[in-house]
Design a protein around this ligand. Sequence first.
Ligand code: IMP
Length: 191
Amino acid sequence: MKLVFATNNPNKVKEIQHKLGREIELLGLKDIGCDEDIPETAPTLEGNALQKAMYVYEKFGYDCFADDTGLEIDALDGEPGVYSARYAGEAKDAQANMDKVLVKMNGESNRSARFRTVIALVIGGKQCLMDGEVEGTILREKRGLEGFGYDPIFQPEGYEQSFAEMDLNEKNKISHRARAVEKLVAFLNQQ
Ligand code: IMP
C-alpha cells in the first residue's frame, strides 16, 4: 500500500520508511505532486495534524499521516504550544522564540515543560491520533549548539544536558517525535 507522510522533508520520509515493512511504500508531499502550503489553522496540535492529514486524503486520495509538535510550558499555561514555530512572529526565528520564552520565564521558579508531538493518521477512512512526550525543564539561558528550535533551553528529565548539548542520536532516542513515531510504526506494522 502507498501511504503519504505530509512533509516536505525527504529525510523524515526515509527515516520512517526504514522502520516500516516492505508492504508500505511511504511517499512525501513532493512524490504526490503536492507543493501547496497546507493550512494549519487549528487551535490545537491534534487539530493541526488532522487538518493536514485530511487535506491530503481529501484532495489527493491517499491514506496519510501528519505530525505537529509544540513546547508546552506549565508556568505559561501551555504556551507556546501550538504556536511554537511562530511564537515571536511570522519570521519563525528560533532565537527570537527562545528569547521570548526566557523573558516570560524570568523569575519563575516552576520551570517544568514538555515537548509533545501528535501524529494524525487517516487510513481506510478512519482517523487515528497518537502522541509522544518528553518531560523536562526550561533552562535559565541557552546552552549548546546542536539540534534546532527550542533545544538550547530545554533539558530533558534525567539528563544534565540541554537537548542542544546532546548527541543527535541520543536526542532522537528519547524525543517526543521518536516516541510518537514508535507508536505509529507499531500500529502500521500490525495492520
Ligand atoms: P513542527 O510541528 O515539527 O513543525 O514543530 C513546530 C515547532 O516546534 C518548531 O518550529 C520548533 O520551534 C518546535 N520544535 C519541534 N520539535 C522540536 C525539537 O525537537 N526541538 C526543539 N524545538 C522543536
